[in-house]
Design a protein around this ligand. Sequence first.
Ligand code: FRU
Length: 486
Amino acid sequence: MREWTREERYRVLKSADEIVDLHEQICHSAYRQAYHIQPVTGLSSDPNGFVKHKGVWHLFYQWCPWGAVHGLKYWYHVSSPDLVHWKNEGLGLAADTEYDNRGAHSGSAFSKGDDLYLFYTGNHRDEDWTRTAYTCVAQLHEDGTITKLEKPLFGPHPDYTEHQRDPKVFYVEEKQRYFIFIGAQDKDLRGKIVVYSSEELLSGWKFEGELKVPGYESFGGMWECPSIEHFSGKDLLIFSPQYMKYPERGESTNHNGYIVGHMDFDTLTFVPETEFTLLDYGFDFYAAQCASGVNADDHAIMVAWIGLPDNHYPSEEEDWEGTQTLCRKITIDENNRLIQQPVEALKGLRKDTEVPAGTLPYACEMDVEVAEGDFDLNLFTKEDGSGGLTMHYDSAAQRFTVDKSKMDKRFNEKVFEQVYLPALTPLKTMQVFIDHSSIEIFVNGGETTFTAHIYPTEREHFYTISDNGCAKVYELEASVKDDFVV
Ligand code: FRU
């Protein structure tokens, strides 16, 4: 793993010419993907500013141009007509003001009439590297240019530590007010969400207090990337608690989950109707965000980062890492469970080519049906069926285990190489999306999902399936342009 100095990580990008060769080099990698959003160069992490505005989907990702390292962060902009075909729009937010001199950190977007606003965290650091987080706003204009408001909406609140970031902005009809949720850490080093509100979108913001979430007063050390949605008569709170271990998640201390409940804006209380539940049971999933401007009564659209803050990936050697998940339609079922499904338009990527039995194309979808009993599916095996990403369902224990330790390229071994899906009663279907270096699995119609990076070598493009399962494999077309736009 390459060591980076602070100067290297926080170098300011002055011109696109500085990274054009890097792009040229990485776009020949065997691990570049065909239908996933990936960094134009360097590192991409959290999804930001996800919004539907005037019929177009806009998405940004946290971007460090120089390599696979968390350093100076920009927002990089992509857009799509259908959540599947994405094109690179270029640099979105730069770190170029006094308030964001060390990065434009995560945040959300708000579409208001003809105007589109981006709310982000200005990561300011003094010369002695003391951090101050500002909640800033920029506007994305019709011609693609972006201008920043001269002053932040507000600075950090004195009752919390330097960890205050990731504004999620939304409007609450019943209160006739705008709200912002900020992920924070209190002085006892506990993860929190703090709340601001205003009658106007761009001014008049005042601190309302801390969000109360009964039962979660002491749950992790920082809640990153809060997101809240209202649909199907319920409220859905999403956040990424850090600095805590979680059952059956190995040594990982970064998690991303949700609580379904009811948001009471009078008392600033989120009343849980479910427990905190992981959004995804794979190795690499974090910082999920729902799109604003969707305005649907019964669903939301969610995307997340395929990656975890402290993990390392084999593509780091090639100076890039990090991917956005497929866009997922999320609904809440009658048992208050979140159901995640890949957006419908993905079906349009299926090619009608014949896929040789037992082989896995680099970009494909595999639809699996499982009859009763124990079940095995081993993906990315060698031709003789050995090795690979092994999945075993033990029907008596209702336990589904995924193990990546038998793949040629091992990574994050000390964090975890084995994960367990929650009880499945029983296992019926799996919809598997494979794209060169990522895999997303929707189990039982999206009751449970598994997302991870995998780096199969040339000899690992086969699979085996037990007799009680049957698989149909479709090769998929590319839908995300990998061109150099900065
Ligand atoms: C989550 C996070 C955010 C922050 C951003 C910086 O991964 O740490 O809290 O805004 O990444 O890139």
